[in-house]
Design a protein around this ligand. Sequence first.
Ligand SMILES: [Mg+2]
Length: 264
Amino acid sequence: MMLFFDFDGTLAPIASKPGYARIPDVTLSLLKEVLRLRSCKLAVVSGRALADIKKKIGLKGIVYVGNHGLQIRGAGVRYTAPLVPVYKASLRKIKARIARGIRRYSGALIEDKGLSLSVHYRLVSARDCAALRMAVRKIAQPYCARRLIRVRTGKMVMEIRPDFRWDKGSAVRWLIGKWRALDKGARTVALYCGDDSTDEDAFRALAGKGITVVVGRRAESAAQYFLDTQDEVNGLLRRIITGARQTLWIPFNRQRNRSGSTRV
Ligand SMILES: [Mg+2]
């Protein structure tokens, strides 16, 4: 199997600040077991900077996908999105302007991920969130108009990324192609598990071609299956390990929810 897992809210519980997020020991042990399975390949697909996500997990043999796919490294695989110098210069300017613009919102946090920026507002009071989002959009607008950047909203975070058609879905497609080429075209099934709106790009990329699992019920999701809570991801990992050892895939229970996903 080709396995793809998001990090925050999927392998690790959501933390109040991104720096606090930590993968539970049990999940880490399960990932180690997965890495020992010769029939499985594993990638962690995150919006975090590459160095950050590598440090958060710290296992060899995983392909780490950082910055929503802009950087891919590990297990003999390497990709960096071609970004123009004017983008990087603009990002620096935007970062300075946003840092000033959000100062008045207590709890707001800007994270520089090298190739992109995140504005976190999980700790901002609920009545200020809309104003903060508006302030960030206003600062970003001239750069969006010049097609330099795109702004996407996730769970209590705004992502400022290049206006470049490359997302978690493109990264997953790219990696599947790479893995199949390395394995001389072996056709194994792909599974993607994630919890946020940016994971929807990967669910769409795998539609009809792989198994897609959303963590938490979303009103709308392109995923086929869902898990109710983040800690159920451990159960999914256990089923993958058992299934791979028996060389049989244990079938999922099909149970419709309102978004059309089926309970795992
Ligand atoms: Mg996530």
